[in-house]
Design a protein around this ligand. Sequence first.
Ligand SMILES: *Cc1c(COP(=O)(O)O)cnc(C)c1O
Length: 381
Amino acid sequence: MQPKIQQTINFIRNYYQTEDFIPLHAPVFNGNEKAYLNECIDSTFVSSVGKFVDEFELKLAEYIGVKKAVVCVNGTNAIHLCLKLVGVEAMDEVITQPLTFIATTNAITYANAIPVFVDVDKDSMGLSPKSMLDFLKRNTEIKNKTCYNKNTGRRIKACLPMHTFGHACRIDEIKQICDDYHIELVEDAAEAMGSKYKGQHLGSFGKLGAISFNGNKIMTTGGGGVIVTNDEALAKQAKHISTQAKTPHTWEYHHDEIGYNYRMPNLNAALGLAQLEQLDQFLESKRQLAKEYKTFFETHNIKTFEERTDEQSNYWLNAVILESLEERNLFLKEMNAAGVMTRPIWQLMTRLTMFQDCPKTSLKNAEYLEERVVNIPSSVK
Ligand SMILES: *Cc1c(COP(=O)(O)O)cnc(C)c1O
């Protein structure tokens, strides 16, 4: 084994003080989780309405700095709803990045729309405004304040960038381009709970943003997600269509459009409320670990992925950038064999048969990162 890989294993084992298997990310329940869950069960309100849902939504909106938060069953359906809410319809195109977890792209297809893949920036791993603008300049025309792809004839209705591992993409520049081209901005901030750009919480730059509380994210509700927005009418509409589009009435069943059963149950919200109370501690622990990783890897000439100036990352998952595909494969093999979990960044969406024929630009940076980036254990200690 290469000495630097052995030393990496030793460093991580020493940090977590264990000889057992070390996962990439495990949740921590050190707060009011059990108390709130017991209270929730005792109340019998364990399903889609209840005081924990209301309180969790209020506290989330306050923490994130938005007017409204609408909690959902998971992050994927939160993104799906966001796309519906900004008016994405069948056969529309949605600009996104190929380097992401498949949920981003699946949500676009749930809305019967077609993803258009533009490149990412190497230093953010998120959608590149330069690549997007270049694509728009060459391939689109504006008619009646609507952007059309000249090659396909389809409307480009929305843009869905993703904040990779909790690091901010150049969201202010992307927002400007969206405004100039009459494209709606929805943020996939699934991985970015607690992350900020220029002091503003990620997910709150676009018209709507979605955050995930899956079991592996920085805080969890078991499964869950939230839609955040400053548009109160849209928030009301989000609640409505996540509740089977049922119009309020004490006993009548009436539904005014096709809705979904996407509401978060009270049980999950109880867990989430207890997790949110600990989020600042989680963030502190994550950022401390990132600092220790940086110092350690610097002495071994391995690059770590760092936040840019202007951003405050949650460092949800730490990442190293290795020299080549061969070096990456060796690192993955040896670390996993030693019981220290590591995982490569996602395969590009454009490689999957379902998405291989979608429109795309040159994906040079995404391909570079795909071959080199590896996530390393990042649980809160
Ligand atoms: C986790 C994640 C999602 C989806 O969240 P779920 O709650 O698991 O449905 C979406 N996008 C990205 C980038 C994610 O990492």
